[in-house]
Write a protein that binds this ligand. Structure first.
Ligand code: UDP
Length: 403
C-alpha cells in the first residue's frame, strides 16, 4: 500500500560513543527485520541548531570527561529538581523555534531520541511549534541509573534497560503504559547471526570452554569509552609493571577511541619482554577485540558494559563518571561479573590474579552471560516498527509530515 519508506529521525549527540552506537544498533535491527522499509537519519540537533555554548556539547563532553570533579558538579546540579526546571525553561525559550525550523525542514514518520538532552526541546518544538503528533520515542542508553533529563511525560514510549530505570522513569512522571523494558540496544556484531539467541548461545559455549583453559598468552582489552578517557596510559604502565614482575605473558589491546594523544604516548613506550601492546584509534570492530580478550579494563560506560555482558567478558572497572556512571559500576558488581578498583596499582594486581586463575575467569564470564540481554535490540526495533505502522494506519494520528 505504501510507496515510500518509513522515515525515522534519530536524535542524538556524539557525547561519548554510546549514543551513536545505540542509534546504529537500532538502524541495523530495523533494516534486518524489515529490509528496505526504513530510511533512518541521525541528527545531532544541538550541534546543528543550538546556540553557543550548547552547540559545543560534543567538545564540552570531551573536556569534562577528563575532569571528573567538574563533571560531578554539572551532573548533580542539572539533576536537581530546582535547577532542572529552570534549565528546561531556558532551553525551551532559547531553542524551541530554532529546533522547530531544523525539524520542519525534514520529513519523518517518527522520532527516536537516544540522548538525555533531546527530549524536552524537540518535543516542545514538535508539539507546540509544528503542531505535529508524529510518534516520539525515547530509548534510554544508560544502564544503572539515568539523568532525569531522559524523562519527559509527553513521549509516546520510553524504552528502558531494566526495572531500576523503569522505576526512575515513573518517579519522573511517566506512566507505566509509556514504559517498556527490554535492555540496551547493541550493534548486531555482538550477537551476529540470523537469530540472536542461537548464535549467542553458541558463542557462550565456546567462550566458557576457552576460559576454562589457561591460555599461553591471554588477551586484555583496555577501553575508555568512545573518547579514550580514564587515565589509560597510567593503567597500561602499572599493568605492564605488574605482569613483568610476575613474568606473566599477556597481549594488551588498548582502544584509544578519539584520544589521539593517548595513542601517540602509548606508541612511544619502550618494548616489554612479556607484554605485547597493540594500540587502536576509534575502531569499528570492537566486538572482535572484546571477543578475543579474556578481561576488559574500562571505565563504567553503559554501552561497553552491556557489550561485555553479551560477550561474557569479565570486567575490571577502573573509573566512572560521577553521577552518570556510578549506577553502572554498581550493576556490574551486583551482577557479579566484575569489580570496581580505582587505584591503578591495585587494578594491575587484580588483573594478574585473574589472568592466573582460569576458574575465576570462567565464573565471572558465566555471570556476565547471565546479565546479558541479547535480544533487546530486536525487541525495541520491533516495538518501534509496530508503533509506527499503527500510527500510520490510524487516520486520527496521521501527521502533517506524512505525504
Ligand atoms: N566504541 C567503538 N569503537 C571504539 C571505542 C568505543 O565502537 O574505538 C563504542 C563501544 O563499543 C560502545 C561505545 O563506543 O558502544 C561507548 O559507549 P559507552 O556507553 O561505553 O561510553 P561513552 O563513550 O558513551 O561514554
Amino acid at each position: 500500500r505504501r510507496h515510500r519508506k518509513f522515515r525515522v529521525l534519530v536524535l542524538m549527540s556524539d557525547t561519548g560513543g554510546g549514543h551513536r552506537a545505540s542509534a546504529l544498533a537500532l538502524a541495523q535491527a530495523l533494516e534486518k527485520l524489515y529490509p528496505g522499509a526504513f530510511d533512518i537519519e541521525l541528527l545531532d540537533i544541538w550541534s546543528a541548531a543550538g546556540v553557543w555554548p550548547l552547540n559545543q556539547l560534543v567538545r564540552a563532553y570531551k573536556y569534562l570527561g577528563r575532569r571528573p570533579m567538574l563533571w560531578r558538579l554539572l551532573w548533580y546540579s542539572t539533576a536537581s529538581v530546582v535547577t532542572r526546571g529552570t534549565i528546561k525553561a531556558w532551553h525551551d525559550a532559547q531553542h524551541r523555534r530554532r529546533f522547530a525550523s531544523e525539524l520542519g525542514r525534514r520529513r519523518f514518520d517518527a522520532v527516536v531520541s537516544v540522548h538525555p538532552l533531546t527530549q524536552h526541546v524537540p518535543l516542545s518544538a514538535l508539539r507546540q511549534e509544528l503542531k505535529s503528533t508524529v510518534p516520539f520515542v525515547t530509548v534510554v542508553t544508560d544502564l544503572g541509573s539515568a539523568h532525569p533529563m531522559w524523562f519527559d511525560s509527553r513521549v509516546d514510549r520510553v524504552f528502558v534497560p531494566n526495572a531500576k530505570v523503569a522505576r526512575l522513569a515513573m518517579s519522573h512522571g511517566l506512566e507505566r503504559r509509556q514504559i517498556t523494558e527490554h535492555g540496551l540496544p547493541l550493534r548486531a556484531a555482538f550477537f551476529a547471526g540470523p537469530t540472536p539467541w542461537t548464535s549467542w548461545k553458541q558463542h557462550r559455549r565456546r567462550r566458557l570452554e576457552q576460559l576454562a583453559q589457561r591460555r599461553a598468552i591471554p588477551g586484555v582489552a583496555i577501553v575508555g569509552g568512545g573518547g579514550g578517557v580514564g587515565r589509560l596510559d597510567r593503567l597500561v604502565d602499572e599493568a605492564i609493571r605488574a605482569l613483568e614482575a610476575r613474568a606473566q605473558r599477556a597481549h594488551l589491546t588498548v582502544i584509544c577511541g578519539t584520544n589521539r594523544g593517548l595513542r601517540a604516548a602509548l606508541d612511544n613506550r619502550p618494548p616489554s619482554r612479556y607484554v605485547r601492546i597493540r594500540t587502536e584509534g576509534f575502531v569499528s570492530n570492537i566486538h572482535d577485540i572484546m571477543a578475543r580478550s579474556d578481561v576488559l579494563l574500562t571505565k563504567a560506560g553503559p554501552g561497553t558494559i552491556a557489550e561485555a555482558a553479551t560477550l561474557g567478558l569479565p570486567v575490571l572497572l577502573t573509573t566512572f563518571l560521577p553521577g552518570q556512571e556510578r549506577g553502572n559500576a554498581r550493576l556490574v558488581v551486583d551482577r557479579g561479573f566484575g569489580v570496581l578498583e580505582r587505584r591503578p596499582d591495585k587494578v594491575a594486581a587484580l588483573l594478574c590474579d585473574w589472568l592466573d586463575d582460569p576458574a575465576k575467569l570462567a565464573q565471572l564470564s558465566q555471570r556476565a552471560f547471565d546479565a546479558a540481554k541479547p535480544d533487546s535490540t530486536d525487541k525495541i526495533a520491533t516495538d518501534i516498527a509496530s508503533m509506527l505502522f499503527s500510527s500510520i494506519d490510524d487516520p486520527t494520528t496521521r501527521d502533517q509530515n506524512l505525504n
